[in-house]
Design a binder for this molecule. Structure first.
Ligand code: ATP
Length: 233
């Protein structure tokens, strides 16, 4: 379980997070929705250890990870799929997936690669293709597949719907749901509030660095304030 308490993060003079509190329980899908610049990516990057907070704590399974380095956090089972995918464009699909397993010491890598291919048959067909030539949707699948190769207990997803056609977004979200059903906890950051709320158990609304609303996704999807600000009225 992940627990964030009173987290403040700044970029120089810009205060991106101003005291947020957030919990993710094992096996949940939790989403953070909010407009551009609300602080969603900052939250994920701070959990991952890429950014260091000015104040506040992040605990994972009762261990304080606030000051831990990013590779140690991956080693503990938390893996981030960054915004804009950040795949290795000059490497093949297969090589990208192998890079995801880079920090692992066990020998079950081929079994997990097969699991990724079951989840994304398209990646199996294209395993020798250079990743930079994949479509946007395929690149997103690869970014998720690469993260799964680290065998995460918790996946942090940053805007998986970005730049993708609605039908591809539906596919990706179905897969996120099935990854969760097979035992991976999900923290999902999204501007596409409708899709995110449709698969999440609980949600937080982030507004200029503060949590303005939180609750069960089925409740928030019918909340007038959420409807007006994030679901197109
Ligand atoms: P988006 O959906 O547009 O990615 P977001 O909710 O993820 O938005 P963040 O990227 O976390 O928002 O940004 C939060 C705030 O921090 C914004 O005001 C942004 O301009 C600022 N910010 C983000 N990265 C930096 C940076 N490297 N240097 C300075 N300010 C930054």
């Amino acid at each position: 379980m992940l627990e964030i308490k009173d987290l403040y993060v700044s970029y120089g003079m810009v205060n991106a997070l101003k005291g947020i509190n957030l919990k993710v329980m094992d096996n949940e899908i939790v989403t953070i929705i909010g407009a551009n610049g609300a602080g969603k990516s900052t939250t994920l990057m701070t959990i991952s250890g890429i950014l260091k907070p000015k104040k506040g704590t992040i605990r994972y399974n009762n261990i304080d990870i606030t000051k831990k380095h990013a590779p140690d956090i991956v080693g503990m089972g938390i893996c981030q799929v960054p915004e804009g995918r950040r795949i290795f464009t000059n490497m093949t699909v297969l090589e990208n997936l192998e890079m995801g397993a880079y920090l692992r010491k066990d020998k079950m890598i081929s079994t997990d690669m097969e699991k990724v291919f079951q989840l994304f048959p398209r990646l199996k067909e294209r395993r020798k293709q250079v990743a930079g030539t994949l479509s946007g949707g395929e690149q997103q699948m690869l970014a998720i597949g690469r993260a799964l190769m680290s065998k995460p207990k918790m996946l942090l997803l940053d805007e998986p719907s970005m730049g993708l056609a609605p039908i591809v977004v539906q596919d990706i979200f179905k897969t996120i749901k099935s990854i969760n059903k097979s035992g991976t906890t999900i923290l999902l950051v999204e501007q596409n509030a409708k899709m995110a709320l449709s698969i999440a158990d609980r949600a937080y609304v982030l507004e200029t660095g503060k949590i303005s609303l939180e609750g069960e996704a089925t409740v928030l999807i019918n909340d007038e304030r959420v409807k007006k600000a994030y679901l197109g009225g």
